[in-house]
Design a protein around this ligand. Structure first.
Ligand code: 7TS
Length: 408
């Protein structure tokens, strides 16, 4: 019994009605990008048919309406993550750009030689490389919170990793490989006890888990709209006092108050961080995606994914030589299963599954240090969302059994 009415949900996703290679599409790659419901597609369509104008400058009806809808979507985002103010919500291209914004703007103003930046072995490259660049430029040290054998963060030594020298702690809310959901409260309170800021990569967390930035006490938090039913747009949340004190990231129109020949002054938050014409239609349609998720309830989304994951882990055990990585405890993991199979490369698994119209991902999933740690060059990964069913997991397992026979 699902917490969601999945057959009704599936009706809302046009792409899921599709046949690939003559078979119904089984989409198990939502960790890469989610599919989009009718109301999001309609919001994009309506924007271009009815409202299209540039925002924040036109003194005419269309421009005012576009601005109003764009800013209304920001307020929906504020509510969705329980931020204190809409000024704390900055639109970006994606989670990657949001994390880079923090590394460039906050990082370059606050990190000095000898400082330490702490991240974890679970991180996606988006939450590794910006910190490497910052540490190299400033002569700072990059340290890693290790993982245990189940692919969950090991916090036993946290006090020796996050120290008085630590200025930034940047960790994921959910691993896109092991699915691990780290105990962020412990990490954030340790960061704050040494005066460091906590940056949370919620690219996988925000789409799948209830999220309250104030309860979490995150200083910065980044996520991508496209992984949570929305279009290609990203969000950076930052505590207002921190954002106010930060220098701009990109310069240009909209982010300024006044421009003179040699210097300029900056616009109010959040516009200071939104140079140039933003992704207006995408922001508005992201608001529609949040309407959709709010109507389902994030607690129900989480419960549905826990049920599916429990079923998937159980059924995948039936496939000989298949080994799933990640925590065994469902409460500690999100809705995905990365795995390896003896004698079959993950790319071959994905290619064989594609013949059955099953979409999974194969590779290092932009988490190469984690794969290196486990001595894996690649894994195959099935990831789940609100529209996936136990029947699709049965199809996945049948197709994997068939792949094993072919490669035997
Ligand atoms: N952080 C995590 C934890 C992610 O899983 C991803 C994307 C990102 C950051 C970057 O998001 P972007 O929207 O800025 O690209 N993860 C994946 C994935 O697992 N497969 O494709 C993209």
């Amino acid at each position: 019994m699902s917490s969601l009415d999945v057959s009704a949900i599936r009706e809302d996703f046009p792409i899921l009605q599709q046949f690939v290679h003559g078979k119904p599409l089984v989409y198990l790659d939502s960790a890469a990008t989610s599919q989009k419901p009718e109301n999001v597609i309609r919001a994009l369509d309506t924007y271009y048919r009815v409202t299209n104008a540039n925002i924040h400058r036109g003194i005419y009806q269309l421009a005012e309406q576009a601005t109003e809808e764009y800013e209304a979507a920001r307020k929906k985002t504020q509510k969705f993550i329980n931020a204190k103010s809409w000024r704390e919500i900055v639109w970006t291209r994606n989670a990657t750009e949001a994390l880079n914004l923090v590394a460039y703007s906050y990082g370059r103003a606050n990190i000095h030689a000898g400082d330490e930046i702490v991240i974890s072995l679970l991180e996606h490259h988006s939450n590794i490389v910006p910190w490497q660049l910052l540490a190299q430029e400033k002569g700072a040290t990059l340290k890693y919170i290790p993982v245990d054998e189940q692919g969950q963060l090991a916090l036993d030594d946290l006090e020796n990793i996050i120290t008085a020298k630590t200025k930034i702690v940047a960790v994921t809310m959910m691993s896109n490989v092991t699915g691990a959901i780290p105990p962020l409260d412990k990490i954030i309170s340790r960061a704050h006890s040494v005066g460091a800021v906590a940056v949370i990569d919620a690219a996988q967390g925000a789409p799948h888990l209830p999220l309250d930035v104030r309860a979490l006490d995150a200083d910065f938090l980044a996520f991508s709209g496209h992984k949570m039913l929305g279009p290609f747009i990203g969000v950076l949340y930052g505590k207002r006092a921190l954002l106010e004190a930060m220098p701009p990231f990109l310069g240009g129109g909209d982010m300024i108050r006044q421009v003179h020949l040699q210097e300029s002054s900056w616009n109010d938050l959040p516009h200071k961080f939104e140079a140039g014409t933003p992704a207006i239609a995408e922001a508005i349609a992201f608001g529609a995606a949040l309407d959709y998720l709010n109507a389902l309830g994030m607690a129900n989304v989480r419960a549905h994914e826990m049920e599916l994951t429990r079923y998937a882990l159980e059924r995948l055990q039936e496939v000989p030589t298949l080994r799933v990585i990640g925590p065994a405890d469902i409460a500690q993991r999100g809705g995905l299963a990365a795995f390896e199979m003896e004698n079959i490369h993950p790319h071959d698994i994905a290619a064989l599954l594609d013949r059955d119209a099953i979409c999974i991902r194969a590779g290092h999933h932009c988490a190469q240090p984690l794969h290196d740690h486990f001595n894996l060059s690649a894994t195959a990964r099935a990831s789940f969302y609100i529209y996936n069913t136990p029947k699709e997991i049965d199809q996945l397992v049948a197709s994997l059994q068939n792949a094993r026979k072919i490669f035997k």
